[in-house]
Design a protein around this ligand. Sequence first.
Ligand SMILES: *[C@@H]1O[C@H](CO)[C@@H](O)[C@H](O)[C@H]1NC(C)=O
Ligand SMILES: *[C@@H]1O[C@H](CO)[C@@H](O)[C@H](O)[C@H]1NC(C)=O
Ligand SMILES: *[C@@H]1O[C@H](CO)[C@@H](O)[C@H](O)[C@H]1NC(C)=O
Ligand SMILES: *[C@@H]1O[C@H](CO)[C@@H](O)[C@H](O)[C@H]1NC(C)=O
Ligand SMILES: *[C@@H]1O[C@H](CO)[C@@H](O)[C@H](O)[C@H]1NC(C)=O
Ligand SMILES: *[C@@H]1O[C@H](CO)[C@@H](O)[C@H](O)[C@H]1NC(C)=O
Ligand SMILES: *[C@@H]1O[C@H](CO)[C@@H](O)[C@H](O)[C@H]1NC(C)=O
Ligand SMILES: *[C@@H]1O[C@H](CO)[C@@H](O)[C@H](O)[C@H]1NC(C)=O
Ligand SMILES: CC(=O)N[C@H]1CO[C@H](CO)[C@@H](O)[C@@H]1O
Length: 685
Amino acid sequence: MGAIKLQILLLSFPLLLFSSISSLDFLFNGFNSTNISLYGNATIDSSFIALTNQTGFSIGRALFPSKIPTKSPNSPSLLPFSTSFIFAMAPYRDVLPGHGLVFICVPTTGIDGTAAAQNLGFLNFTLNGNPNNHVFGVEFDVFENEEFNDPDDNHVGINLNSLTSFVTEEAGFWSDGGSSAADSLNRVRLNSGENYQVWIDYSDFVMNVTMAPAGMKKPRRPLINTSLNLSGIFMDEMYMGFTSSTGQLVQGHNILAWSFSNTNFSLSESLITTGLPSFVLPKDPITKSKWFIAGVTAGGFLVVCFFATILGILIADHRRKARLRAEMEDWELEYWPHRLTYQEIESATKGFAEENVIGIGGNGKVYKGILAGGSSEVAVKRISHDNDGMREFLAEISSIGRLKHRNLVSLKGWCKKEKGNFLLVYDFMENGSLDKWVFDCDERNMLSCEDRIRVLKNVATGVLYLHEGWESKVLHRDIKASNVLLDKDMNGRLGDFGLARVHGHGQVASTTRVVGTMGYIAPELIRTGRASTQSDIFGFGVLILEVMCGRRPIEEGKPPLVDWVRRLAVEGEITAALDDRLRKKGGWNEEEVERVLHLGLVCAHVDPTTRPTMRQIVKVFEGKIEMDESESESMNAYLLQRLKSEGMMCDSGVGFGKKLHPTFEDFLQSYSTSLSWSNSSITGR
Ligand SMILES: *[C@@H]1O[C@H](CO)[C@@H](O)[C@H](O)[C@H]1NC(C)=O
Ligand SMILES: *[C@@H]1O[C@H](CO)[C@@H](O)[C@H](O)[C@H]1NC(C)=O
Ligand SMILES: *[C@@H]1O[C@H](CO)[C@@H](O)[C@H](O)[C@H]1NC(C)=O
Ligand SMILES: *[C@@H]1O[C@H](CO)[C@@H](O)[C@H](O)[C@H]1NC(C)=O
Ligand SMILES: *[C@@H]1O[C@H](CO)[C@@H](O)[C@H](O)[C@H]1NC(C)=O
Ligand SMILES: *[C@@H]1O[C@H](CO)[C@@H](O)[C@H](O)[C@H]1NC(C)=O
Ligand SMILES: *[C@@H]1O[C@H](CO)[C@@H](O)[C@H](O)[C@H]1NC(C)=O
Ligand SMILES: *[C@@H]1O[C@H](CO)[C@@H](O)[C@H](O)[C@H]1NC(C)=O
Ligand SMILES: CC(=O)N[C@H]1CO[C@H](CO)[C@@H](O)[C@@H]1O
């Protein structure tokens, strides 16, 4: 009996397999609104799909009108498929371009559960990473989002239920080197406006993604070749198509042609690749446009912002600007971090119970709480603001709420308690604030030298994101050890943006009163009352010194920390400034400590114009890993050079310009050849 059954099974197996493969082919060399389904802001423009146009904060999605089988009905095996399409991302003149498009396989139609801007109309923040999404995507992303671990601002990635790609590659195609020469990767700029053809082939649990300029033969070597088991992601049938979004950054996202087949992996050869419209911006003879494009290509976001600002001024289109601003505020309202009710916060903190107090902040107690559902631990902080400051503060919160970075403490929500009184709800940081690990601790549980440098690097990365990574510049204004928090993995995260205000890039921030903490406030800030990125750098310089030296910036009966370290540097004894407890313990890298201390001094330079930028500072920290020995020597030399110029300047204070220690000079001399290692090597990316 058993044997017969088995035989039947064996016999029917290939039959089953054969009969159950339902296959589908389709080929679009043009679209109309009846043969493709459009959602959100997608439209048909002549005969191609315009997922987005020049409208900001829009989502456009286009799906094949019916579900496409991905598994054989009677067995769990996945159907192979090969799909190919031609897309163009069209930049607009004088507009910062973003954000990208995604080929998607999704279980449902519509755009529910998605969000615009960096979410690409793919998944919103709530659903991002949820294993029940059953969402697959191949993204063509032109903005670098730290929160999704994007490697750069021009990459192709495979996304499984998440915007954090499972695998990514820089956009480009491999040209076949022939028999003799090696293969080489030709990089392409995804949003140059050019038409690109993409091939996505999947069979036997291997996925290949290949791309090339439209009209070119399919490169033999794929850009992405990865083993991939989609059985858990795919339902038996899926909707397939494209999604895309714009935010404050705007570009057109167009699909010009599309083929799909389960059986014929050559069907893509029938896509028409010639005579397609072109979306490349015509060359502008004026240099500004060249610079604009150069900036975009280099990913020099700052450069772009700078010119965008200049252009904005030149154009002086106030009406348009006002309209844009109005649109943005609407958007901000939507995207504010979740507004919580007072009751929610009250019950999270057990009615603001004394036992839940984890600290005392400037405005009162800080409570630990657990939000309903028990999932997330939070810290609740009270903040008060006078009526005038309130509006400003609300705008600020809305902006900060959107800031997401692994080195920033993110705001989970807020609640207005009564006039001028707010409760802010932050992610709870398991390991408390940095000053506890540097000052209020004994030798056994204090942070090691290595950990201190790592945390400083974390903070530098966080500040860089505030200064340059967001669409508008955010100043922190109160960088100090007690505002640096340590998460459960002991990573440094900068918190407490209570004093930060948002500025457009390139504008000079101004305020009527000086905010900050004594000892960390830059001298020019006291003079002018004007905060800037440079005054943040000053605060960061003091942070470096206090963390490395284990000494608060101002301590009774001792010279100010910065002056003291500077004097030691002049005497060629800078490492004597290192925290005594660390010095005794040993096990630290002298050269590295020297470099970090020098960096702290250069950041805390009296002249704001000679302070390095946050980007340069991050490079110095990264140098630890990337630089070889000679480079790190020249880095030290560079920092010393900066210091020397400081010495010349402030002869009224410490006055060490005149009495430079001979060994200090010698030191400089010996590195003078490498001093040409200058700004240019540590700016840009
Ligand atoms: C869809 O419509 C366009 C425009 O009418 C046409 O060119 C194209 O062949 C159609 N494609 C399919 C697959 O029906
Ligand atoms: C779209 O294309 C299909 C197939 O090419 C055609 O049958 C249909 O009439 C077209 N619809 C419109 C609105 O042009
Ligand atoms: C962009 O598309 C929307 C439809 O989603 C349309 O209302 C708007 O007019 C279009 N804008 C431009 C400049 O074409
Ligand atoms: C994300 O989408 C889901 C489903 O539509 C929704 O419940 C959730 O509130 C959305 N989250 C955000 C932040 O919009
Ligand atoms: C992926 O590419 C490799 C290398 O060209 C090729 O050998 C393999 O057959 C491809 N697999 C699929 C599923 O296309
Ligand atoms: C493609 O990926 C698969 C799975 O990782 C691997 O077995 C195969 O050798 C790769 N092919 C090429 C050409 O790299
Ligand atoms: C793919 O994943 C499914 C479960 O999601 C598993 O049952 C199957 O064995 C996997 N196949 C391969 C080849 O790894
Ligand atoms: C596969 O598609 C190509 C291009 O359209 C076509 O020339 C070829 O005949 C097709 N093969 C089969 C088996 O249908
Ligand atoms: C669904 C969607 O995103 N619709 C938007 C399309 O764009 C207009 C502005 O042009 C918005 O008002 C819609 O909400």
